[in-house]
Design a protein around this ligand. Structure first.
Ligand SMILES: NC(=O)c1ccc[n+]([C@@H]2O[C@H](COP(=O)([O-])OP(=O)(O)OC[C@H]3O[C@@H](n4cnc5c(N)ncnc54)[C@H](O)[C@@H]3O)[C@@H](O)[C@H]2O)c1
Length: 435
């Protein structure tokens, strides 16, 4: 770490989570259990991965904390907002992701995490009906109240730094509209004019976070920080942002599997992905307007890996469909099927079937940890704006679509970006060797 120019991770890091549901309680419980030595942080890059630095005789494989200054899990302090008043213990039990035996050893700490009132608008998630909600005069007032929450948390908890992580329900789709989302001035004017149709509550959280010196991560497919006005605010406040949408389950498989087809110069006729899930996320997504947000974001993954313009003989005409079905009996244990119609030599067709019986929140929890720790690292490294090196963790990586930038969805290219960013922040040279 001798060469790193990143500021040290002194003091405590506050992680303020929007939404205290299945994902966030699984995340927080896992961190607290790991802290006590009762669990292992499986799936977390920051806790388990090792990156090669140096080459030839000088090369070594180091954990992230030995390359760049990182907080330990003991340094983390949690807070949350939710539409329902249940504390983190009750919410973890309700979510039915973890067994009681894996929650009870940290019951007291979880019970102490009581959600602050949510900045919420039922028009953005019609199937949610909680009463732990702020009364706001308008969207501007909503941001002011969230800012106050962040300031109070900082003061009362004594944390040194804060990051804000959205792990709340998917909102209805807000199409970026340059009239309101084009510049910071437009965005602020729309908030003050209480344009509830174009200013989602999530935008108020993001705005408040950046104004209060806290980086913001969007874990849902919401377009919240995926608009030029927020990029401008991130520049102005010198804060990093990342999004969108935790890369779990089916998209993780897709972004890791599609490269096999593309690397072997095989053709694709179609890719049909469907899944069943029964958690509250699935319930919210059963509403067509909320599903739309997810669909828009999920569809782009394949198109940027198997690109028609690069290989017209192989990828010019494939049919890509994504379906999500709410099916309560499975709760958080999602089953995702992929049917992939490929073709080979002389156009002969073949099929690949993948059946992934996954656990949604078990896959999402380590991403919350890694995104929170790495966006804090980015801030300490003086980076601001969209953090492309975090694309590895995200289904629908943010990119500057106003400049026709193509996002990187290929899992292994994303991994190179992640490793190189860590190397550079650690004062090592970036490279593209395969290990
Ligand atoms: N489960 C996964 O693997 C996974 C993967 C990728 C992304 N995500 C995304 O993560 C998010 C959370 O998923 P989950 O399974 O924990 O859902 P969940 O329904 O269990 O939890 C979401 C919580 O957010 C709360 N909420 C909604 N709007 C809010 C607001 N404006 N302010 C504060 N709280 C609010 C809800 O009351 C709920 O308790 C979803 O957007 C989902 O799409 C989940």
């Amino acid at each position: 770490m001798a060469n790193s120019t990143v500021k040290p991770a002194t003091g405590k890091l506050g992680i303020m989570v929007v939404g205290l549901g299945a994902v966030s309680t699984t995340f927080i419980t896992g961190v607290l259990m790991t802290r006590k030595g009762l669990a292992k942080p499986v799936g977390s890059m920051t806790q388990l991965d090792k990156i090669r630095v140096g080459r030839g005789a000088d090369k070594k494989y180091l954990p992230y904390k030995d390359i760049v200054p990182m907080p330990t899990l003991d340094d983390l302090v949690f807070a949350a907002w939710d539409v329902f008043p249940a504390n983190a213990y009750e919410s973890a039990i309700n979510a039915e992701v973890l067994k009681e035996k894996d929650i009870d050893p940290v019951k007291d700490e979880l019970m102490a995490i009581k959600p602050m009132k949510a900045a919420f608008d039922r028009n953005y998630a019609k199937r949610l009906d909680g009463n732990n909600v702020k009364q706001c005069r308008d969207r501007w007032d909503m941001t002011e109240q969230i800012r106050e929450d962040i300031r109070n948390f900082k003061r009362e908890s004594g944390v040194d730094r804060v990051v804000v992580l959205w792990a709340a329900s998917t909102e209805i789709y807000v199409a970026p509209d340059m009239k309101y989302h084009g510049t910071l001035a437009d965005l602020e004017a729309a908030m003050k004019a209480d344009r509830t149709d174009v200013i989602a509550p999530s935008m108020c959280y993001a705005y408040a976070a950046l104004m209060e010196d806290a980086p913001f991560v969007m874990g849902a497919p919401n377009t919240t920080v995926d608009i030029p006005a927020m990029w401008e605010l991130a520049e102005k406040t010198h804060m990093p942002i990342a999004g969108k949408y935790f890369k779990t389950g089916q998209t993780l498989v897709k972004s890791g599997f599609a490269p096999i087809i593309g690397t072997r110069m095989l053709g694709l006729n179609g890719w049909f992905s469907t899944n069943i899930l029964g958690n509250r996320d699935g319930l919210v997504l059963d509403e067509p307007a909320n599903f739309r947000t997810k669909e828009v974001s999920k569809l782009s993954t394949l198109e940027s890996i198997l690109v028609a313009d690069n290989q017209p003989d192989l990828y010019s005409d494939y049919y890509h469909k994504v379906r999500i079905n709410y099916y309560p009996p499975r709760n958080d244990n999602k089953e995702g099927w992929d049917n992939i119609d490929i073709f080979g030599w002389m156009g002969y067709p073949m099929q690949i079937k993948i059946d992934f019986l996954c656990r949604d929140s078990i896959l999402a929890a380590p991403l919350c940890l890694d995104l929170a720790l790495l966006i804090d690292l980015a801030r300490r490294a003086g980076r601001c704006g969209t953090q492309r090196f975090l694309s590895f963790f995200l289904k629908s990586p943010m990119h500057d679509y106003t400049q026709n930038e193509i996002p990187v969805n290929h899992l292994f290219q994303q991994y190179v970006m992640l490793k190189n960013a860590i190397r550079e922040m650690g004062g090592y040279e970036a490279d593209e060797e395969i290990d």
